[in-house]
Design a protein. Structure first.
Length: 299
């Protein structure tokens, strides 16, 4: 059973021979859960989305489900920017102020950012060096990979909520040093001193392991920028961080999106980890990204 949004009314859908059947001919939008713990597909007309008619419902659903997929909506860049603005405060790229960022490992298309984006192949949250991370990212598929190239997501709200009471108590007040240069060592374990220094210049930040949100919910702050749990040995720190990453990325809390050209995916950066899955850097895979400005600091 699915729920449709139509002028604040709930409309019921039922399955019949694998098809989704409408209970009313007036509904113009509906949603389909992808997995119990994460992800929802949203089917709606482009103009209705651009009008902002569903913005409130989309924001609420994003916090609840972590990842929203709009299959083959085929937004132009201008439409993607406009849709992003309906959902909150638009966040241009800090580096160059551009509204659309090309996400690709192809150095010909992305000479300045391809090296840095190698870290995106490992689980992470965007903005762990900031006081207030971005709220969400919107990624539109312009060209798929020849192999691989899915984007993986995991729900760090659900992962925290699934912990035992003892583990919640154990992790409640732990703090972690996050350093972007730590992610460098995932894909280049023997970097040059110049490269290491450039990454270290971004800085480090101490963050709580458990993010206590204003909503009252809690999520885990993990990923490849997590370098060291404070107050414990290096070995204990690694056990905690690797163990929690392994837990958060289990099948129950994770979803791997297989892209089709025209897909748009939004994820809640404050309640999910994400990563690109390996692909040929020269294959032409191309995503266009927009972002929503953060609204809630880590603490």
């Amino acid at each position: 059973m699915l729920r449709a949004i139509f002028h604040k009314r709930t409309v019921v859908f039922t399955y019949e021979e694998g098809r989704i059947m409408l209970a009313t001919s007036n509904a113009r939008s509906f949603q389909e859960p992808i997995k119990p713990g994460i992800g929802t597909r949203v089917f709606a007309g482009k103009q209705a989305l651009l009008s902002g008619e569903y913005a409130g419902e989309i924001r609420e659903l994003l916090e609840q489900r972590g990842v929203l997929v709009f299959p083959q909506i085929h937004f132009t860049d201008a439409e993607q920017i406009a849709f992003t603005r309906t959902l909150g405060t638009f966040a241009p790229e800090a580096s160059d102020g551009q509204n659309i960022t090309k996400i690709t490992l192809d150095v010909k298309e992305n000479p300045a950012g391809a090296e840095f984006l190698k870290g995106s192949l490992y689980w992470h949250i965007d903005g762990t060096s900031s006081d207030t991370p971005i709220l969400a990212s919107l990624l539109a598929c312009k060209a798929t990979a020849t192999w691989g190239g899915n984007t993986g997501f995991c729900n760090t709200y659900a992962a925290y909520e699934g912990l035992s009471s003892a583990d919640k108590q154990r992790y409640e007040y732990l703090r972690v040093i996050h350093a972007p240069w730590a992610s460098l060592l995932y894909y280049n374990p023997e970097p040059s001193l110049a490269m290491l220094s450039a990454m270290q210049a971004i800085g480090e930040k101490e963050l709580p392991l458990v993010w206590k949100h204003r909503s009252g919910r809690k999520s885990l702050i993990l990923g490849c920028t997590a370098q060291q749990v404070l107050g414990v040995s290096l070995a204990q720190s690694a056990q905690i961080l690797v163990g929690l990453r392994e837990w958060a990325t289990t099948e129950a809390f994770s979803y791997s999106h297989e892209w089709q050209v025209g897909d748009l995916v939004i994820w809640d950066n404050t309640g999910t980890l994400h990563r690109a899955e390996a692909y040929d850097p020269a294959c032409g895979r191309m995503m266009h990204r927009t972002k929503l400005q953060g609204e809630e600091p880590f603490e």
